[in-house]
Design a protein around this ligand. Sequence first.
Ligand code: NAP
Length: 274
Amino acid sequence: MTGEHGVNEKKITGQTAIVTGSSSGIGAGIARELGAAGANVVVNYAGNRDGANEVVHQIIEGGGSAIAVKADVSREEDVASMFREAIDTYGTVDILVSNAGVQKDAAFLDMTLDQWNRVIGINLTGAFLCAREAAREFLRRGLVPERSSALGKIIFISSVHEIIPWAGHVNYAASKGGVMLFMKSIAQELGPQKIRVNSIAPGAIKTPINRPAWETPEAEANLLNLIPYNRVGEPVDIARAAVWLASDASDYVHGTSLLVDGGMALYPGFASGG
Ligand code: NAP
């Protein structure tokens, strides 16, 4: 049911979405919005079982269907078993939102190999493992034209730091820069098979990952200096874009990073400097 003026009406009814890292923050918002738009949702978590169960509960209360599945996206066998559970429950997977991500911040000279490997392992290798599994499942299942024009949709949640350098967070920026060219390269490779691949690059969104940057009025005022639109984002800002990218409404959008950042990537320092 796609209403002429509807925003996120049941545009993806009957499709199944895996949202990695959806026990919290942006992923939780995306899972809720996909559920409200008619998708069956696999709410993936690594440690926060209560958070995942709460999101499942909210989706079911809203009339949707969801299950919580524990998997560490940096582990190949966990990713395989998460997809198996999704397919056992819902028959197939139509949409992957690769969202799970962490920060392990340190000054470059002090950064440990463990901090580097952990962030690359979850943010970049996790994206690789999940996208590869999703593409394999899309190809196994084949096109179902009454459900979607695409064989399947892959959406990465990257960051403005796929383009904006970030001192003190070089592992994170490297992982997100990596996701950008990974996304574009597989979009080039998988497009002919009708697999649609895109990223959303969020700016500053209020979630636990960046709490110190917005939790006091002083911190928030400081953060707003970086955001021309002058408000800090909320998970639903990203979730609405994700529903659009998952639906046929965006069928000709492929290989793109959609900045959802209130203008953070506009070099706001140049508004008065330069
Ligand atoms: P968050 O609230 O801390 O959520 C992170 C999620 O990732 C949690 O659900 C966590 O699950 C999951 N996760 C962590 N390690 C995992 C693993 N090994 N396997 C599976 N899931 C794992 O942070 P967020 O802000 O929503 O971040 C979501 C994504 O948005 C990240 O990729 C982040 O880089 C990106 N992003 C955020 C912002 C922002 O301003 N908030 C801006 C740009 C990009 P558990 O808690 O269950 O471990």
